[in-house]
Design a protein around this ligand. Structure first.
Ligand code: GTP
Ligand code: MG
Length: 271
């Protein structure tokens, strides 16, 4: 074995020792300290630093995608407010998936942590939740978003038309939008959840169940929640029906009425 091969053999062996130390099979004091060890350590550190930097950059990009989509909804809401004197959106929440949840979700798919795996296998790193007043607003808002020519629909799950067995209702969209950075444009995915205030109220209470250990009356609670989901849905539908009756009862406006209405609304603060 010449000196080069000997060096490679050493490197391979030391690399294996490093792996064993990381896996907890041996203690790190069994790794000899020499030039090869230091080089391997430096290489690993560089690799790790590279991954951390790429990860941070990727998360910044998701945060930007989230801002873009939020702005799209804000614009739609403002337009609605001026046009119909009514806000279809009550509030919007955004969240960036936490590192621990990303690690856990990749782990469930038996995938190692890497920026590529995050991009290719996790659709909800950027999450936007839009809470509306009425059920029809959900579909109006979703259609208005999906009609925009820079928005691509990846998947749509309508848990309002098809509620989950526990009673969960919401409209889920996985979309992709281009985000423009200083030197490039990048398609970024995001999860949009659109629901009514009542559906949101229900989901936040039901969500608490997930974080509780087995509780003695769990089955009963699940049943009560399911009942509540049905009552809430009936109320959502009733509220929509009442709103429609009120709208239908209003006189059909003349052209002059419409123009005058628009004039009255000119000074409404769009914020
Ligand atoms: P995740 O792996 O959890 O993201 O689920 P998925 O990929 O099967 O997607 P799905 O559209 O079913 O759910 C995505 C998200 O919707 C969840 O992360 C929750 O925020 C919400 N969600 C879905 N189902 C429920 C539910 O039964 N209860 C509550 N409270 N939230 C839910
Ligand atoms: Mg999720």
């Amino acid at each position: 074995m010449d000196s080069k091969n000997l060096h490679e053999f050493d490197a391979e062996k030391i690399d294996r020792l490093f792996q064993q130390a990381m896996d907890g099979e041996i203690t790190s004091d069994l790794i000899p300290i020499n030039d090869t060890t230091v080089n391997i350590m430096m290489d690993r550190t560089k690799l790790l630093m590279g991954t951390i930097v790429d990860y941070k950059e990727l998360m910044m990009m998701y945060a930007c995608a989230m801002k873009e989509i939020r702005t799209k909804f804000d614009v739609l809401n403002t337009e609605f407010k001026i046009r119909y004197q009514r806000n279809p959106i009550r509030f919007i929440n955004t969240r960036l998936k936490r590192t621990a949840s990303i690690v856990e979700k990749l782990g469930r798919q038996k995938l190692p942590f890497s920026p590529e795996n995050i991009e290719n296998h996790i659709n909800d790193v950027a999450g936007i939740r839009v809470v509306c007043s009425y059920i029809d607003d959900i579909y109006t808002i979703a259609d208005s978003l999906l009609h925009q020519d820079d928005v691509t629909l990846i998947t749509k799950k309508d848990y309002i038309a098809n509620p989950k067995p526990n009673g969960y209702r919401s409209l889920h969209l996985i979309v992709s939008i281009p985000v423009f950075f200083a030197e490039r444009k990048k398609e970024m995915k995001a999860e949009v959840q659109i629901r009514t205030i009542a559906m949101d109220f229900w989901a936040s209470l039901e969500h608490q169940l997930k974080y509780k250990q087995e509780i003695p009356n769990q089955q009963d609670i699940i049943m009560q929640l399911k009942e509540c989901a049905e009552v809430i849905n009936a109320t959502d539908e009733k509220m929509l029906n009442i709103r429609r009756q009120i709208e239908a009862a209003s006189d059909i406006p003349t052209e002059e009425d419409i123009l005058f209405e628009k004039l009255c609304r000119l000074d409404i603060n769009p914020d």
